[in-house]
Design a protein around this ligand. Structure first.
Ligand code: NAD
Ligand code: UDP
Ligand code: UDP
Length: 414
């Protein structure tokens, strides 16, 4: 009996004690910690343990973050990064790495476990293209214009910085020329000083309006030196010349990719290129704008194939210019119809004026890439377009409406 009463008393004391502990003590602690928010209190044994737990969690989370990308709207899939030994991990600079192609290349290099530094002035690139790596210890972003000298210690340079869509490279044509000339000169000076291998992303535009079809690397091209496209075409031609002059004169280890029309997720929705324009127009039921009669041809490659090609070129021995593209060729008229069908769109196909110096045909001969790099495209145009259509549907869901950029020079919109 007595034991039972005592037990009830003990229980009561315990209950009151517990209530006191839960209600009054935290308030005291709260008040005192507010009053002393600046002072660091010595840890009790108990708090010390909790602090250790916090540190442990931070270390664990940090390790976890250092092994993956973070999902974002632009890059919802989590990408795992390999861990390389110091000996195998390279320091790689990617100029223009916040752009369309650059950001996909960065993904590949990051996943391989290298230390990647992106240098970009955000003219046509967007921070959100690389936001999924911003927390990662192997990743650095430097906001810098390549027309200014750059000091860095790197093993490899992928030099992509340059606007690529006609409306954007024509917006400030003098700046486009400076980017291709002064920018490439600076990157070559850097490559020479640190003895880094450097890869230039040149273009099929160096063949101009070609009189040879399909285009092989030994064709010298047919370029108007004073037309609206020449700031880009001639800029890249000089950039190529500089690459081989630095190789001859200063023994710089160079690689040159001549890239043919490439498409995929993270293309700038307002860059006015044909793939983004047709998809965005078709998805919104707006007229699909074909410039001229639509008989001009282009051959389209999916971005992952290009990234594999750039990687193979950088890591191979061949140092002459190499075409990277998918020989699957369409007239723009056919292509509009193709995109219309794939998007199940009711858009009208509308013919606008032809643009000046628009090349009438373009298709890569990729036998050199096959032979020297053992590379060829693996993604069909249809498969690539389906991914890109899904991507632009997401961009449209977020934006509401997009009015694609027309044929004239235009400032990139965010
Ligand atoms: P993009 O416009 O998306 O990317 C270019 C990047 O370079 C952007 O991030 C931009 O902000 C940056 N940039 C421009 N000028 C700069 C400067 N002065 N300093 C620092 N950064 C600068 O274009 P993209 O399609 O990703 O093209 C990448 C490269 O590939 C370019 O060199 C382009 O000429 C070449 N290329 C692309 C294609 C294609 O179809 N996408 C075809 C042929 C060649
Ligand atoms: N440069 C650079 N980073 C370097 C080394 C050079 O940006 O680490 C620039 C340099 O400012 C110069 C250009 O690259 O404008 C060409 O350098 P190079 O050494 O070939 O020419 P020089 O400086 O002798 O004219
Ligand atoms: N083009 C078109 N409608 C558009 C955008 C482009 O018919 O809305 C045509 C353009 O005239 C060119 C082709 O599509 O013949 C490819 O244009 P893009 O700007 O994509 O690349 P590039 O001309 O540099 O190959």
């Amino acid at each position: 009996m007595r034991t039972g009463i005592l037990s009830k008393q003990t229980l009561l004391i315990l209950l009151v004690g517990t209530l006191f502990g839960y209600t009054v003590v935290p308030r005291l602690v709260e008040t005192s910690s507010l009053a002393e928010s600046v002072a660091v209190k010595p840890f009790t044994e108990d708090r010390h343990l909790r602090q250790d737990d916090v540190i442990l969690k931070m270390v664990e989370n940090n390790k976890l973050l250092a092994m993956h990308s973070l999902p974002t709207d632009r890059s919802p899939n989590v990408m795992k990064t390999a861990v390389l030994s110091d000996y195998r991990r390279k320091k790689i600079l990617v100029t223009g790495g916040a752009g369309f192609v650059g950001s996909h290349l960065v993904d590949k290099l990051m996943m391989e476990g290298h230390e990647v530094t992106v240098v970009d002035n955000f003219f046509t690139g967007q921070k959100k293209n690389v936001a999924h790596w911003m927390h990662h210890p192997n990743f650095s972003l430097v906001v810098h214009d390549v027309t200014e000298p750059l000091m860095a210690e790197v093993d490899e340079i992928y030099h992509l910085a340059c606007p690529a869509s006609p409306p954007h490279y024509q917006f400030n044509s003098v700046k486009t020329i400076k980017t291709s000339t002064e920018g490439t000169l600076n990157m070559l000076g850097l490559a020479k000083r640190v003895k880094a291998r450097i890869l230039l992303t040149s273009t099929s535009e160096i063949y101009g309006d070609p009189q040879v079809h399909p285009q092989r690397e030994d064709y010298w091209g047919n370029v108007n030196p004073i037309g609206p496209r020449s700031c880009y075409d001639e800029g890249k031609r000089v950039a190529e010349t500089m690459m081989y002059s630095y190789k001859e004169q200063s023994d710089v280890d160079v690689r040159v990719a001549r890239i043919f029309n490439t498409f995929g997720p993270r293309m700038h929705p307002n860059d006015g290129r044909v793939v983004s324009n047709f998809i965005i127009q078709a998805l919104q039921g707006k007229p699909m704008t074909v410039y001229g009669e639509g008989d001009q041809t282009r051959s389209f490659q999916y971005v992952s194939d290009l990234v594999d090609g750039l990687h193979a070129l950088m890591n191979g021995d061949y140092d002459g210019p190499v075409n990277l593209g998918n020989p699957d060729e369409f007239t723009m008229k056919e292509f509009a119809k193709y995109v219309k069908d794939l998007t199940d769109s009711k858009s009208e196909i509308r013919f606008l004026d032809k643009t000046t110096d628009d090349p009438s045909k373009r298709r890569p001969d990729i036998s050199l890439a096959k032979k020297k790099l053992n590379w060829q495209p693996r993604v069909t145009v249809e498969e690539g377009l389906r991914h890109t259509i899904d991507y632009f549907q997401g961009v449209l869901d977020e934006a509401g409406e997009i009015i694609p950029t027309g044929p004239g020079a235009s400032k990139p919109q965010n």
